[in-house]
Design a protein around this ligand. Sequence first.
Ligand SMILES: *[C@@H]1O[C@H](CO)[C@@H](O)[C@H](O)[C@H]1NC(C)=O
Ligand SMILES: *[C@@H]1O[C@H](CO)[C@@H](O)[C@H](O)[C@H]1NC(C)=O
Ligand SMILES: *[C@@H]1O[C@H](CO)[C@@H](O)[C@H](O)[C@H]1NC(C)=O
Ligand SMILES: *[C@@H]1O[C@H](CO)[C@@H](O)[C@H](O)[C@H]1NC(C)=O
Ligand SMILES: *[C@@H]1O[C@H](CO)[C@@H](O)[C@H](O)[C@H]1NC(C)=O
Ligand SMILES: *[C@@H]1O[C@H](CO)[C@@H](O)[C@H](O)[C@H]1NC(C)=O
Ligand SMILES: *[C@@H]1O[C@H](CO)[C@@H](O)[C@H](O)[C@H]1NC(C)=O
Ligand SMILES: *[C@@H]1O[C@H](CO)[C@@H](O)[C@H](O)[C@H]1NC(C)=O
Ligand SMILES: *[C@@H]1O[C@H](CO)[C@@H](O)[C@H](O)[C@H]1NC(C)=O
Ligand SMILES: *[C@@H]1O[C@H](CO)[C@@H](O)[C@H](O)[C@H]1NC(C)=O
Length: 441
Amino acid sequence: MAPATTWTPLLLAGLAAARTCSNLTIPVSISSRQGQFKDVPAESNLDTGAFAQAFTQQGRNYSATLLEGFQTVTGNYSISAKFCYPDYGTGSTIQLLSHGIGFDKTYWDLSYNNYNYSYVEVAVEQGYSTLAIDRFGIGNSSHADPINIVQAQAEIEALNAVTTGLRAGTIPGISSTFEKVVHVGHSFGSVQSYWFSALYPNNTDGLVLTGYSANGSFLPVTVAAWNLHSARLNQPLRFGNSSNVGISTAVGSSDSGDGLIRGVQSLLAGAGIELTDQEVWEEIATTEVGNLITGYNQTGLKPLNYPSGYLVPADLTATQYVFLNPGFFDVGLAVLSEQTKQPVTVGEILTIGNAPKTSSFTGPVLVFTGDKDQPFCGSDCMNTGTDAESIPAETVTQFPRASVFEAYLQPNTGHGLTTHYNATAGYEVIQSWLAANGLGA
Ligand SMILES: *[C@@H]1O[C@H](CO)[C@@H](O)[C@H](O)[C@H]1NC(C)=O
Ligand SMILES: *[C@@H]1O[C@H](CO)[C@@H](O)[C@H](O)[C@H]1NC(C)=O
Ligand SMILES: *[C@@H]1O[C@H](CO)[C@@H](O)[C@H](O)[C@H]1NC(C)=O
Ligand SMILES: *[C@@H]1O[C@H](CO)[C@@H](O)[C@H](O)[C@H]1NC(C)=O
Ligand SMILES: *[C@@H]1O[C@H](CO)[C@@H](O)[C@H](O)[C@H]1NC(C)=O
Ligand SMILES: *[C@@H]1O[C@H](CO)[C@@H](O)[C@H](O)[C@H]1NC(C)=O
Ligand SMILES: *[C@@H]1O[C@H](CO)[C@@H](O)[C@H](O)[C@H]1NC(C)=O
Ligand SMILES: *[C@@H]1O[C@H](CO)[C@@H](O)[C@H](O)[C@H]1NC(C)=O
Ligand SMILES: *[C@@H]1O[C@H](CO)[C@@H](O)[C@H](O)[C@H]1NC(C)=O
Ligand SMILES: *[C@@H]1O[C@H](CO)[C@@H](O)[C@H](O)[C@H]1NC(C)=O
């Protein structure tokens, strides 16, 4: 392990490249040797709560308790992806983006405020092509059994298949081949990118692990704070089945939510309680009532019918605890993220901590984490209790052979980096680091 090179973020010249993007469906054939767990009840919210209790119990390894053996999962699945490149050409380096829990591929390219929070905009401006995938099991990628199929290892095999396809030029809809593939992750997507580098060290050219550290001590607090509920019960109109669309009629067909607000106001007025529009909206947006009606005013919405075993954090207050640094995020974007949130599977939670202890990857590694990250730093990355510089800096122990290792703390930022005001300034730092370490576009 060579000492980290000294580097200064370059002042990036704004090329303001126009970009071209396309939506792709990528077939992958995977074979994954992974855990076979006893069935975990997850029908009701009391079941999912009991699961979280057992998982976070001190001194217990619940994954080990449930493990019955191992099996090889094989199958042909599809990975949904968004491919973007500068109008002047695809270049030789592509960034392969893996989202974290609670999000899908749109995390990297939010259209909110005219793409003001977009990682992809920043990367494409510096000449990179990007491929943002929905991880296997999530979003518009294939869904599958949430306990014994959609586990970390299967998702990593899918990531490997996509990577190999990018190098070989076999991805339908991408006519270029790429010499270099840089793996950029967020949170569980970083865990998987790291894990992938341990299994297939020759299939990556560089790692950027955002919202990450090697310290798993804070995971139980995260899982408890999420207050996990069944996805199909929490947002029945998005994640339930067609029987649920009746909710739309029940809450009224107003096009802005105004009808609902008036309804709540007149109900409460009958009891002598007067709440302003704003007060009612805050109640709706920050509690599970908001989730219950998410999508009710969208015509033609087809609920995805996720099976039980697909879970979600209960509401915006749970999401804020884990992902957001109060005062430094746009509340409108937080509400939107809650409305468009994505589930996590029981199998993912049971396998999240099973990555190999080290990776023999020999290229450059950047860990890029908000200084107030909750899941990977306990909300204070500087408080190491030792003479280590920061908790993310200690991740160097996972990469004994990396040519360069750097840990960068993005100031005033929580775990969900993209949703903070200063996100894109941080994302420019990442592009500069890549260029300074032999991974320019
Ligand atoms: C890709 O899919 C998104 C979401 O459905 C849609 O908004 C967008 O227009 C599509 N983009 C292209 C280039 O087809
Ligand atoms: C928990 O048990 C699983 C399955 O035996 C194992 O892979 C994992 O490393 C254990 N986790 C910890 C933190 O000991
Ligand atoms: C996957 O597809 C390939 C070829 O399309 C086929 O040979 C193989 O049997 C399929 N595998 C599974 C597990 O369905
Ligand atoms: C974009 O973000 C910057 C801060 O990074 C802010 O000053 C600006 O007002 C934002 N623009 C829009 C359209 O939201
Ligand atoms: C995902 O697929 C649904 C239809 O199944 C479509 O409405 C939606 O726009 C797609 N979203 C993305 C981001 O691809
Ligand atoms: C990676 O490449 C090196 C050098 O070419 C080779 O020695 C090593 O066995 C390869 N490792 C794997 C896991 O393929
Ligand atoms: C929807 O799911 C519920 C159980 O959650 C079931 O009782 C009902 O029959 C399902 N409806 C349809 C149309 O599949
Ligand atoms: C209704 O839909 C609009 C846009 O589609 C959205 O901004 C608004 O938040 C929705 N209202 C509710 C109460 O979900
Ligand atoms: C994680 O960080 C905390 C606080 O800095 C520290 O006490 C603990 O030893 C670390 N755990 C691991 C496994 O590194
Ligand atoms: C925004 O992020 C950049 C890059 O990390 C940093 O240099 C700058 O200090 C940040 N600004 C604020 C106000 O936190």
